[in-house]
Design a protein around this ligand. Sequence first.
Ligand SMILES: Cc1cc2nc3c(=O)[nH]c(=O)nc-3n(C[C@H](O)[C@H](O)[C@H](O)COP(=O)(O)OP(=O)(O)OC[C@H]3O[C@@H](n4cnc5c(N)ncnc54)[C@H](O)[C@@H]3O)c2cc1C
Length: 199
Amino acid sequence: VDMRLAQGTSMTITPIRTMMNHSTTQIFFDDLRVPAENLIGEEGQGFRYVLSGMNAERILIAAECVGDAKWFIAKATAYAKERVLFERPIGQNQGVQFPIARAYAQMRAAELMVREAAAQYEAGGDVGPEANMAKLIAADASWFAADMCVQTFGGFGFAEEYDIERKFREARLYQVAPISTNLILSYLAEHVLGLPRSY
Ligand SMILES: Cc1cc2nc3c(=O)[nH]c(=O)nc-3n(C[C@H](O)[C@H](O)[C@H](O)COP(=O)(O)OP(=O)(O)OC[C@H]3O[C@@H](n4cnc5c(N)ncnc54)[C@H](O)[C@@H]3O)c2cc1C
């Protein structure tokens, strides 16, 4: 539909203020009529098309999470080399090095899964398990890296000027959207492992 025509009558769009910089809105539909000539694809196949788009979205978001993790790791590594305490860089301490190294390993594992999912999607196969696992692993990798980065920066991790706290808030989103971690685990348990449906 032409949203400019529908808005204010059969479609109401209202912004929702969120913890990060997203243009998030809620949309209400009220007797919205969709002209027959606006049909995309085959009638009755709409939900299939939506599902296919969701797999692509999960791979896309997973790639975004890998990029976020790389950003946190690069920031933490640079800061750990430059911040000197007790006459040596904090990155010389294994207590500081190891979380950064772990974040790197997790990011690389996620990156491989994202590539596998993208390759399978392009080949046209059923990519549900790989798309979901890529999103799960990449979201966890970015969240671990975000937490690690705040810790590496110490108090400056909370200062707005370093951007760490902003990215930290943004990284939290991917445990929930576009699909929550629990729902991915539920999908894998039921559709990949054959366990009984839980809901
Ligand atoms: C900033 C932002 C932007 C968004 N953008 C979009 C968008 O562009 N398009 C769009 O369609 N949606 C969008 N969403 C919505 C998003 O996809 C949903 O918030 C997300 O899928 C979770 O659904 P819900 O909020 O209804 O949570 P619920 O389904 O109510 O779940 C609440 C909690 O309960 C858990 N839970 C629910 N059911 C089960 C179960 N059976 N077993 C175990 N745990 C369970 C969930 O994991 C979650 O932790 C956005 C959300 C946010 C926050």
